[in-house]
Design a protein around this ligand. Structure first.
Ligand code: NDP
Length: 451
């Protein structure tokens, strides 16, 4: 037993913070979590969960249309935003309750209020001072909007989850996760949607085929995409916004959503004053054990800005608890982390992209298949899927598995296990497919494409 109030005091009750706290408590540590806003963090409240609910809602419009080809008939479907928002808010409240119970059951004390670190072992929460052997910072991140004229008229993903009414025309800025997800949601809900991206390929950090194919498919579904241009200023005239692009074009709309990255929440935590080093992008600098430059202070999740993904924060949080309270010497393995983007169509990826494999010096074989899935042959929706495998020619190991299409995230989770187990192409080939599915193509692709 330490002479402190707690063995671990976590700041931030999001994915990483809660997981680390519960796990530490399970090892017998005395643990508290300080939180100022909501339980579950970005993912539960203004991220993954509500986003996926909106994405489901947006899929129905197209599915309803497609169902006519399958013999269904009905009058024009009507969508009510308020009903969706209420249902989404009820689910989030339920999840907030689940998190509260999880903390209670694991014996973690919840301290509501704004925390400031006042010493290597001291945290002040709204005027109350607590001491702890270790402090874990898991405060997450927030969306950022570039400093352009008229930026005050923009919204971010935080606001998009609470719009009073749906706009008729929307401009989405960015080419990353949030931009393609929200452009797909708005378009799916029937809103006139334009995506403006300064680069020439969506999802720049992924395999080039994915972003190119996604752009084609999103365009087929009705999203207008403007590449190689930026919004320079936004003017307001009554309820109408006018976005002036670098090309001098004016895009009129009711809402502009900026999805231009997320910044670590490190301001006003007192970090600099007690000697915790920050990177130029405001992220907390940590070593392989998630220890900061102040040895009693650790950090995980979006605030360290390594991979801003919920499952990564969970893994980092567990690792900290294991190291501090269970003698573990494990390090986090960031290779082979699978990820999915819930655009329409979905994108999912695990392992190396073609570009990364070549840069890493591998001699690779490529397998790529683009086809119309059975479901869409009848509906003539124009939806296609892309599947791609990157294989090391020398060892036959599968280095990367990539997909754009229905349920890509669901399909790739299993292939992430295969990649972790260092599966070879021969082992994929020896696996019997499940027919008729999209995923079976991953075990039946035989023809190499040129590199
Ligand atoms: P991303 O980093 O994915 O994308 C940011 C986009 O904004 C890029 O296309 C970038 O362009 C562009 N951009 C950045 N600055 C400017 C600027 N000044 N002017 C114009 N464009 C700009 O960030 P997101 O905000 O989409 O998401 C943040 C993170 O949250 C993601 O990286 C991801 O880790 C996580 N997330 C995960 C999800 C999931 O797992 N499904 C869903 C949503 C978010 P460029 O490429 O040229 O730099």
């Amino acid at each position: 037993m330490s002479g402190y109030d707690f063995d671990l005091l976590t700041i931030g009750a999001g994915s990483g913070g809660i997981r680390a706290s519960r796990r530490a408590a399970a090892f017998g540590a005395r643990v508290a979590v300080a939180e100022q806003r909501f339980l579950g963090g970005t993912c539960v409240n203004i991220g993954c969960i509500p986003k996926k609910l909106l994405s489901y809602a947006a899929h129905f419009r197209k599915e309803l249309e497609e169902s006519r080809s399958y013999g269904w008939s009905f009058d024009q479907p009507v969508f009510d935003w308020r009903t969706l928002l209420d249902a989404k808010n009820r689910e989030i409240e339920r999840l907030n309750g689940v998190y509260r119970n999880l903390l209670n059951q694991s014996g973690v004390e919840l301290i509501w209020g704004t925390a400031t670190i006042t010493g290597p072992h001291t945290v002040e929460v709204d005027g109350r001072t607590f001491t702890s052997k270790y402090i874990l910072v898991a405060t997450g991140s927030h969306p950022t909007v570039p400093d352009i004229e008229g930026a005050q008229y923009c919204i971010t993903s935080d606001d998009a989850f609470y719009l009073d009414t749906l706009p008729e025309r929307v401009v989405v800025v960015g080419g990353g996760y949030i931009a393609v997800e929200f452009a797909s949601i708005f378009n799916g809900l029937g809103i006139d949607t334009t995506l403006v991206y300064r680069g020439d390929r969506l999802l720049k950090s992924f395999d080039a085929d994915l972003g190119n194919f996604l752009a084609e498919q999103m365009t087929t579904q009705g999203v207008r995409i403007r590449f190689n241009t930026e919004i320079r200023k936004i003017e307001r005239d009554g309820a109408t916004l006018s976005c002036v692009t670098g090309d001098g074009e004016r895009l009129s709309c009711d809402t502009v959503l900026h999805a231009t990255g997320r910044v670590p929440n490190t301001a006003r935590l007192g970090l600099e004053s007690i000697g915790v080093a920050l990177a130029p992008n405001a992220a907390i600098v940590v070593d392989g054990a998630f220890q900061t430059s102040q040895p009693s202070i650790y950090a995980v999740g979006d605030v360290i800005h390594r991979m801003q993904l919920t499952p990564v924060a969970l893994a980092e949080g567990m690792l900290v608890a294991d190291r501090l309270f269970n003698g573990s010497t494990e390090h986090m393995d960031y290779s082979g982390v699978p990820t999915a983007i819930f655009s329409h169509p979905n994108v999912a990826t695990v392992g190396l992209s073609e570009e990364q494999a070549i840069e890493s010096g591998y001699k690779i074989d490529l397998y790529r298949s683009i086809f119309t899935p059975l479901k869409h042959t009848v509906s003539s929706s124009g939806d296609k899927v892309l599947l791609k495998l990157i294989v090391d020619r020398e060892s036959d190991r599968v280095l990367g598995v990539h997909m754009v299409g229905d349920d890509a995230g669901e399909i790739l989770q299993g292939f992430a296990v295969a990649i972790r187990c260092k599966a070879t192409k021969a082992q994929l080939d020896a696996t019997v497919g499940i027919h008729p599915t999209i995923a079976e193509e991953f075990v039946t692709m035989r023809a190499k494409v040129g590199v």
